[in-house]
Design a protein around this ligand. Structure first.
Ligand SMILES: [Fe+2]
Ligand SMILES: [Fe+2]
Length: 256
């Protein structure tokens, strides 16, 4: 009897909490940053003052967006892989190829992370963004290689059998020429001691994705553990120079 009463009370309580949560979510408004609108060809932003005038009972979202997968309190790089990266196939397949080709863990990690800029954040200048995100947590050679693959992928290197990708001709047209800053970085990288690390990202970059290849993120968890200095406080909460980037990925629609 007592048990029954207890169950009823718990279930009522659960309903109450759910109702309260829905109510709260309904009151919180997610806002789009200007950048999100630019992707639709618009330069605009919500006028917070005007919005509050006509919706005095509503608040802006100042934390997690309930439409996105929930992140743990102390997120790891793997949590971001699982909950914020739009696609893992390309990264996993590239890292897997580097592993098969017998490269060391720094190169495999660089391949695993080389396009996280694209997978999670933004396409334009993805190598530079990605490098900045990981810089505080990896060997400098890894972030340097991720940054420089941005430039190197546009230039062939016959010594390692890297040709200008056919995919780029298909995607950008045969007459596409990289901007001068890309050419400058390529020239700088060519004589750098870590040139080959960045080049190996291009060599192991899988342009023709195999939809049937099965590579699991779990296969790289240990390697990430050994080579990525996961902050104890969680990525985003460690006050590193790129912590804000990880927080923005966590809360992309936070008002401020
Ligand atoms: Fe890339
Ligand atoms: Fe890539």
């Amino acid at each position: 009897m007592n048990e029954h009463v207890q169950t009823a009370t718990l279930s009522e309580r659960a309903d109450e909490i759910e109702e309260q949560m829905m109510h709260e979510l309904a009151e919180r408004v997610a806002t789009k940053s200007v950048l999100f609108g630019m992707a639709d060809g618009k330069i605009e932003m919500m006028n917070g003052f005007e919005f509050k005038k006509s919706n005095p009972d509503k608040y802006f979202l100042m934390g997690a967006d309930p439409r996105l997968p929930q992140m743990p309190k102390k997120p790891t790089l793997i949590d971001f892989f699982r909950n914020r990266f739009a696609s893992l196939n390309h990264l996993l397949q590239s890292a897997n190829l580097a592993l098969k080709n017998g490269h060391n863990e720094k190169i495999v990690l660089a391949c695993l992370l080389h396009d996280i800029g694209v997978a999670s954040f933004i396409r334009c200048d993805h190598g530079y963004w990605g490098a900045q995100m990981i810089e505080p947590y990896v060997d400098p050679e890894v972030s340097w290689a991720v940054r420089m693959h941005q430039a190197l992928r546009f230039f062939p290197d016959p010594s390692v059998g890297y040709e200008y990708p056919q995919m780029y001709i298909n995607n950008f047209g045969a007459d596409y020429k990289p901007e001068p800053y890309i050419v400058r970085d390529y020239e700088r990288a060519k004589n750098h001691k870590w040139y080959m690390s960045a080049r190996l990202i291009c060599v192991n970059d899988i342009y023709a994705f195999d939809p049937n290849a099965k590579v699991n993120l779990d296969d790289f968890v240990d390697l990430v553990g050994r080579n990525f200095r996961q902050p104890e406080e969680g990525l985003g909460f460690d006050d590193s120079p790129s912590a804000h980037m990880w927080r923005t990925l966590m809360w992309p629609t936070r008002y401020l």
